[in-house]
Write a protein that binds this ligand. Structure first.
Ligand SMILES: CC(C)(COP(=O)(O)OP(=O)(O)OC[C@H]1O[C@@H](n2cnc3c(N)ncnc32)[C@H](O)[C@@H]1OP(=O)(O)O)[C@@H](O)C(=O)NCCC(=O)NCCS
Length: 260
């Protein structure tokens, strides 16, 4: 039995100054369903169809409820930010973290047999009208303190660079080297680096999203009448459509980062 979570006074003061309250899935029935008000506007539709997520996401509500959290506006009771993370076990050098990034973290965290030694970030989502105000930094800091509370002092993250979707033809290895005024070009990589995180490696198959051609048309609002590669809004790389096999697949690359 772990003592009730107590954040540092710095984070408590920061939450108070923003009139926000921290809740976790331990406090609320059906946390993940309620969190959809923040999650759904945060992702392109096709991102909701990762097969590993479809199978394992719901398990976070019960099995890892301590590590799912949200910020609620105290006046309006509106959910404004949601964070998801999962304890994982990885005993090799972190430079060898799996290429399957996000999918590996969710699957191995839910099916874990060994005691965890790391906390892994799965997602941070801010309601669109609350973005641009530094809330994501606060969310990462809370995630780190939750991990520390449970003895998980290192936070790893398969980071989804949030502006990579504007450059889907550029290799991730090249994109992550781009800079702007001495910092990373990508805003989300920048936020992590400012908090002291460092890039470990690209995870080229962090997520795999498959569907029929009809499903891909529904998810994207595009029409695919020939086999080939397509640029899809919100995707970090092109997707591949095979009309003859009635199949489309998107392999999402992410970037493993480490917060010590
Ligand atoms: C990524 C996300 C969490 C960032 O949250 P946020 O509250 O906007 O973050 P911040 O206010 O701390 O801004 C972070 C940086 O991004 C920049 N930024 C924010 N929105 C931006 C936009 N639309 N275009 C370009 N830069 C943007 C900010 O200027 C800031 O950089 P700076 O400090 O160098 O100016 C939020 O945009 C989001 O929820 N996106 C959808 C889900 C997602 O992609 N999550 C991340 C992967 S898990």
């Amino acid at each position: 039995m772990t003592a009730p979570l107590k954040l540092s006074s710095r984070l408590i003061n920061e939450l108070a100054s923003r009139n926000l309250e921290l809740i976790r899935a331990t406090d609320v029935d059906g946390f993940l369903d309620k969190a959809d008000v923040v999650s759904i506007p945060s992702w392109p539709e096709f991102m909701m169809h990762d097969s590993v997520a479809n199978k394992y996401w719901g398990a976070l509500n019960e099995q890892h409820s301590d590590f799912q959290y949200a910020l609620i506006d105290q006046t309006t009771q509106k959910w404004v930010a949601v964070g998801n993370s999962i304890p994982v076990s990885f005993s090799e050098s972190l430079e060898r973290l799996p290429d399957a990034g996000w999918d590996w973290a969710l699957l191995s965290g839910v099916e874990a047999s060994d005691p965890p030694n790391l906390l892994c970030a799965l997602a941070i989502q801010i309601l669109p009208e609350f973005r641009g105000g530094g809330l994501s930094t606060l969310m990462i800091e809370i995630m780190k303190e939750i991990g520390q509370h449970f003895g998980l002092n290192q936070l790893i993250a398969p980071v989804r660079p949030n502006k990579k979707c504007d450059y889907p033809l550029i290799q991730m290895e090249i994109y992550i080297e781009w800079s702007r005024a001495g910092e990373k070009f990508d805003p989300w990589l920048r936020v992590h680096e400012r908090l002291g995180a460092r890039i470990l490696k690209v995870c080229p198959q962090a997520m795999e999203i498959s569907g029929t051609v009809h499903e891909w048309q529904e998810w994207t609002g595009l029409v695919f009448q020939a086999s080939g590669q397509y640029i899809v809004p919100g995707a970090l790389n092109p997707i591949t459509i095979n009309v003859e096999n009635d199949h489309g697949v998107y392999i999402e690359p992410n970037v493993w980062m480490l917060h010590s």
